[in-house]
Design a protein around this ligand. Structure first.
Ligand code: COA
Length: 386
């Protein structure tokens, strides 16, 4: 096993969904304090909050000091990392870098987003901020619309059918049924996806990640002894990469270069080849994004991501299970928190604490979190530490 100098000691998270009665801060504190309780002897030296649009969604900035104070951590450095929907994993990446550099001995990462307080058109506008204000937002293109164009191009150029496109949401919803923290816990068929209401042709309701509230947290340690005998998970590799800002600037829209580069770098730091992975949490905000990501990471050949999913290659009981707690479609996608949920889920898998969603004793799990349309990609590779 590759040596690791950063370890996840504990995680915490809220259920994803409508939390009308809770504020952004309530959610962050619930997840953060649950992670802190999991390793009571370890006091974090720094707090990093992953969040995309608290200013718009909750009229609140300065989340670092605010969440630190509410968690009883006043005095430590605390700040927010923003990288659109990749904010959560980017915050984790910064925290790991600080721990691995030796600048701090431990770090708490909290990913949080409150989306449901916004009217649907306000949420859509907030999400569109991941794209250019001057060009994309200016012409009124929503995030779903951009991904709809991408999906149409993908289907036509690679010969992907509507039925095949529906395959990844079907896997997500099947895995979400037994995931207690998932927003949607109902299995669906490909037919249900392709008959659901149209959002942005060809993308339908079940092709799109829902809007939801949630928070997740992870406590990172540099010294495994500080975990006081608890089961730890090693952070074996981690990388963040970027693509040309907008899809229309790219030579090949179907090449998710940021994902490819970040995944290649994280796997090489971990010294692992693909067959070693026991599970992967993939950022499938829209069906097409899941397929293109699987292809960029080399799990499927070009144009084959949906077909492989349809053939069962990524089912929970396969050799390469994806989105073991329902992924972005069923667990949900509270944008700035999603990357930390994925990391928490990898932790559960590697500590054999995934309950009915446990995959067959994986030694290594990877997580993949995107901001924009593959504009930022953050990938981490985890392994059992003992
Ligand atoms: N599974 C099951 N039910 C779902 C669902 C899903 N994946 N998504 C939505 N629903 C249900 C809702 O619970 C709701 O049911 P109800 O009427 O019984 O309450 C119904 O479908 C409509 O959902 P709602 O959220 O009100 O739909 P909407 O029309 O306001 O929004 C989208 C639908 C797809 C436009 C919106 O969820 C969206 O914009 N998603 C994309 C978010 C995004 O871009 N994220 C960033 C990507 S990186």
């Amino acid at each position: 096993m590759a040596r690791s100098k950063a370890y996840v000691a504990s995680v915490g998270f809220t259920k994803v969904g409508d939390h009308w009665e809770k504020s952004l801060l309530d959610l962050a504190v619930e997840a953060g304090s649950s992670a802190l309780k999991g390793a009571p002897k370890a006091k974090p030296d720094v707090l990093i909050v992953g969040n995309m649009f608290s200013a718009v969604g909750a009229s609140q900035e300065h989340l670092g000091a605010m969440v630190a104070g509410a968690l009883g951590l006043t005095g430590i450095p605390a700040f927010k990392v923003e990288a659109a929907c990749a904010s959560g994993a980017s915050a984790f990446n910064v925290a790991c870098s600080l721990v691995k550099s030796g600048s701090v001995g431990s770090a708490l990462v909290v990913g949080v987003e409150k989306m449901r307080d916004l009217e649907p058109e306000e949420a859509s506008q907030a999400l569109a901020m991941a794209e250019s204000a001057e060009y994309t937002q200016f012409v009124g293109a929503s995030f779903a619309a951009l991904n709809g164009l991408l999906a149409r191009y993908y289907m036509e150029s690679e010969g992907v059918s509507r039925d095949e496109l529906s395959s990844i949401p079907v896997i997500d919803h099947a895995n979400g049924v037994t995931a207690e923290h998932a927003q949607f816990r109902k299995a669906i068929t490909a037919d249900v996806v392709s008959r659901s209401s149209m959002v942005a042709d060809p993308l339908r309701l079940f092709d799109c990640a829902p809007v939801g509230d949630g928070a997740a947290a992870a406590l990172i340690l540099g010294d495994p002894k500080a975990g006081a005998g608890k089961k730890l998970v090693g952070v074996l590799g981690g990388a963040v990469s970027t693509n040309e800002f907008s899809v229309y600037e790219r030579k090949d829209m179907l090449d998710f270069r940021a994902t490819r580069d970040a995944f290649g770098s994280a796997m090489s730091q971990a010294g692992l080849s693909l067959p070693k992975l026991g599970a992967l949490e993939v950022h499938d905000a829209f069906s097409v994004v899941g397929a293109l990501s699987l292809e960029a990471m080399g799990l499927s050949k070009r144009g084959e991501g949906c077909r492989d999913a349809k053939a069962g290659k990524f089912d929970l009981r396969s050799d390469m299970p994806i989105n073991t707690f329902g992924g972005l479609k069923a667990r949900g996608h509270p944008v700035g928190a999603t990357g930390v949920y994925q990391i928490a889920e990898a932790f559960l898998q590697l500590t054999d604490a995934a309950g009915k969603n446990q995959v067959d004793r994986p030694d290594y799990v990877a997580t993949h979190n995107i901001g924009g349309v593959d504009t930022t990609a953050a990938v981490h590779v985890f392994g059992r530490a003992s």
